[in-house]
Design a protein around this ligand. Structure first.
Ligand code: G6P
Ligand code: MG
Length: 213
């Protein structure tokens, strides 16, 4: 019943969710805003400017549009410096196997990541050849949790939403998949990813055969 699997990147295939958060935490500290660890789940899957706005609101800090642009660029600089040396060794365990198995089962693979750093990161990780299409977050109207990015990924591989499986580690991403009318597989904690249809602890526990019946 599935013809495509649409993957998030950060925290699903790449071990970068905590790197995004470390970069945000560094920026927040510079602004005098302490970010407790549980804030990480609120930022997962959330685009760059919205993440900054959530942090500023959390600290009751106001900044102009221009100042916010500079701050978002600074966070991105911290993030890019941290991922500069990423290589295939930094893939989450099982990520490459999952992509290979999905393709071997005759399904399409596509990426639905909010990150503007996704294309170069896929090259560094060596998995770009295993992905049929990459949805461009700049090309859709509304970011996650809206369904647009997952719908765009489905469109690019020519598969109806009802025949797509979406894989996500973020609450915003699971909502996006469900709003798109797809089946959602959560990577992480089922008490956090409550809207997911299935939840596994890590991508290493994902086996496409479990969903093909
Ligand atoms: C992913 C990550 C978020 C990040 C967003 C934008 O969704 O989970 O933490 O904020 O991408 O990433 P970017 O690299 O464009 O700042
Ligand atoms: Mg993610």
């Amino acid at each position: 019943r599935f013809d495509a699997v649409l993957f998030d990147l950060d925290g699903v295939l790449a071990d970068t969710a905590h790197i995004h958060f470390a970069a945000w935490r560094r920026l927040a500290e510079e602004l005098g805003i302490p970010l407790e660890p549980r804030f990480e789940d609120r930022l997962k899957g959330v685009d760059r400017m919205t993440s900054l706005d959530l942090i500023l609101a959390h600290g009751n800090v106001e900044r102009t549009v221009e100042e916010r642009r500079v701050l978002a660029d600074r966070k991105n600089g911290y993030y890019q410096a941290a991922i500069a040396e990423q290589s295939p060794d930094d893939l989450l365990p099982g990520a490459r196997r999952v992509l290979e198995e999905v393709r071997a089962a005759g399904l399409k693979t596509a990426l639905a990541s909010a990150s503007h750093n996704a294309p170069p990161l896929l090259d560094q990780l060596g998995i770009r050849p295993l992905i049929d299409a990459i949805a461009n977050p700049a090309a859709v109207k509304a970011p996650k949790p809206a369904p647009d990015l997952f719908l765009e990924a489905a469109r690019l591989v020519g598969v109806a939403p009802g025949r797509c499986l979406g894989v996500e580690d973020a609450v915003a991403g699971i909502t996006s998949i469900k709003e798109a009318g797809m089946v959602a597989v959560g990577i992480g904690d089922p008490t956090i990813l409550t809207r997911a249809d299935h939840v596994v602890p890590a991508i290493a526990d994902f086996h496409i055969g479990d969903y093909l019946g």
